[in-house]
Design a protein around this ligand. Sequence first.
Ligand code: UD1
Length: 418
Amino acid sequence: MDTYIIEGGRRLFGHVDVQSAKNSVLPLLAASILTADRVRIRKVPRITDAMCMVQILRELGALVEWSGEDVVVDSSQACSHTISSALTKELRSSVFMLGSLLTRFHRAVIAYPGGCDIGLRPIDLHLNALKRLGVEIAEREGYIHCECERLRGAEIAIDFPSVGATENILLAAVMAEGRTTVQGAAKEPEIVDLQNFLNAMGGKVRGAGTDIIEIEGVEELRGVAFTPVKDRIEAGTFLIACAICGGEIEVEGAKEENIGLLLHKLRENGCKIHSKNDKIKIASYGKLRANRRIETMPFPGFPTDLQAQVTALNASCDGGALIVENLFETRFKYVPELIKMGADIEVKGRHAFVRGVPRLHGATVTAGDLRGGAALVLAALGAEGTSEVLDLSHIDRGYSDLEGKLKCLGAEIKRVRV
Ligand code: UD1
């Protein structure tokens, strides 16, 4: 089990390049089996979620290779429509394989997906949508069995703008007979990326980025080489790291419009932000002010995947902040770890009341989930003294070489195997 040893109190300076978005790469990998032609996804970060998705594709019989930073998928020999329970439980995104497998083989068998322990995370919206497309679904011995003679376009209204359910509908409807309309779709930039990917393969999808998406089923899809959108959550994590530590950094890759609310909140803290094209510069000096209130919402609202990081930031600001988590039921599990570092935070259900303290101190803490783990790293970078962040397995799911990038910015962080 790997651990970070972090000596807090170093300011951050320099430039960092953002990786391709985890939340785009995963559905794109799932989409790669929609055609028997070769598909190249460029610049796939070496995160364990992506590696696990590659394993799933291999289990289906696809030939998948890393070619430098790219992943090349040749699924011409793929013949299985079943994903083993061990792999399905490794990551939440295994659920995307339902849409892809149904399009390719008209059947799919998967176990209930895993992922971070941040709430109930049911998949009813996915399954109801697939039923509307003509899929018959049965649950036996912990597996979900889906099959259909053919997928038929339908009008689908989603009760909540679920990112994964919206993406699954795109994957299942892209070659369905006729037209599918999705009302109440999620609007995340990664969904726009999936639309662009499918259209580059010959699909006819429009409207992604709005709450109505229209998909005209096509007869076939062809191979494609595609560069995914950059990771707005990783970009946000570095910007918040600089806000916490002080200093000046430039983050290259993420577009301002994809993290507009975070930039607004960082300005409210007292940081200076300047963005041009896909470069965002942040300068943070002196004591920052707490944000009065941050409430997570589906895009374009404040991202739940940055909630833990801004809570860590507010923990040592002047004043108090109320952080409201609207997406997931139990996404404050990292808070007791922050309290070990001296934070003054009270959690009541979906609300965290943060009273800023002058400074956090080093402690030994455990990263229990991906973004909560990142928040602990950021808190440790700003804290006085040495911290150990134990169990990096969750952080590795979404950040490639986090320690290397932070070190280049001047942080004192090292990874050790214990
Ligand atoms: C995706 C992201 C994740 C992010 C989340 C919210 C990927 C790979 N992951 O996760 O990083 O935190 O969006 O922005 O893209 N829900 C249901 N029934 C369903 C599906 C969802 O009730 O069938 C609920 C969930 O429990 C949750 C909410 O809807 O409360 C949002 O979930 P959803 O948007 O589906 O998140 P994911 O796609 O799992």
